[in-house]
Design a protein around this ligand. Structure first.
Ligand code: MD3
Ligand code: FE
Length: 209
């Protein structure tokens, strides 16, 4: 379905096998070179979500190659099979012609335990307006999809479940969005996620070294 112009939600797009492969890859990436950790915010807070990055390292509010806010190591490369999965996702959402030119250089892997949330924000640290591809695995969450003007109303609350694909392009690319709730115990342990929620976003940073 398309809840807003440029936004496409394809429930259950990932097969169980693809979900398992992603979960096991995320477990490897979580171990390092830069470990899965709570991102520290410039004003002293920490995010409740835990994150690991591939390709470029996101820190509020910029992308770097090395995690100078964690352990100073260079982040792992974005594997070609994941960029290819991003192209297949774009093909499913927007069609083959849009997909051919899509070349994501970064993935953010977010892990949510039962208490984790993500406040309303815009993703505007990228120097590109290319679409963002979001893949969800594990527990269902409430994803709040807002407008481009403010964190407040109007917004739409949408449940994102294991296997769901969401693509945000065009006018949706700079919409405020967040995760207001995770429903514990709603995932399928067969994915490899015994508890919690995993979200991968594929992005084009538009950066060069
Ligand atoms: C809409 N992640 O990592 S994914 C994030 O579920 C982030 O972990 C959430 O917001 C999560 O920045 C939401 C859906 C999403 C991702 C990127 C977007 C929606 C977006 C970028 C622009 C507009
Ligand atoms: Fe975001």
């Amino acid at each position: 379905s398309s809840p807003a112009p440029g936004a496409v939600h394809l429930p259950g797009w990932l097969s169980l096998d693809e979900q398992r492969r992603l979960v096991s890859a995320c477990r490897r990436w979580a171990a390092g070179p830069v470990p899965l950790r709570h991102t520290r915010l410039p004003r002293g807070g920490v995010m409740s979500v835990r994150t690991v990055c591939l390709g470029w390292h996101w820190q509020p509010y910029r992308y770097t190659r090395t995690a100078d806010d964690v352990n100073g190591r260079r982040v792992a490369e974005l594997p070609e099979w994941l960029a290819e999965m991003g192209r297949r996702a774009l093909a499913a959402a927007y069609g083959e012609s849009a997909a051919r030119e899509y070349d994501p250089d970064t993935a953010l892997v977010n892990f949510y335990d039962a208490g984790a949330r993500m406040g309303m924000h815009q993703d505007k640290d990228e120097r590109s307006d290319a679409p963002v591809v979001s893949l969800s695995i594990g527990d269902t969450c409430v994803f709040r999809f807002g407008n481009t003007e403010s964190r407040g109303r109007p917004y739409t609350d949408i449940e994102l479940a294991s296997g769901d694909l969401f693509v945000f392009g065009g006018p949706s690319r700079f919409a405020y969005h967040g995760v207001t709730k995770v429903f514990p115990g709603t995932g399928d342990a067969a994915t490899g996620m015994a508890s919690g929620r995993l979200n991968l976003t594929l992005r084009v940073t538009g950066l060069t070294d």
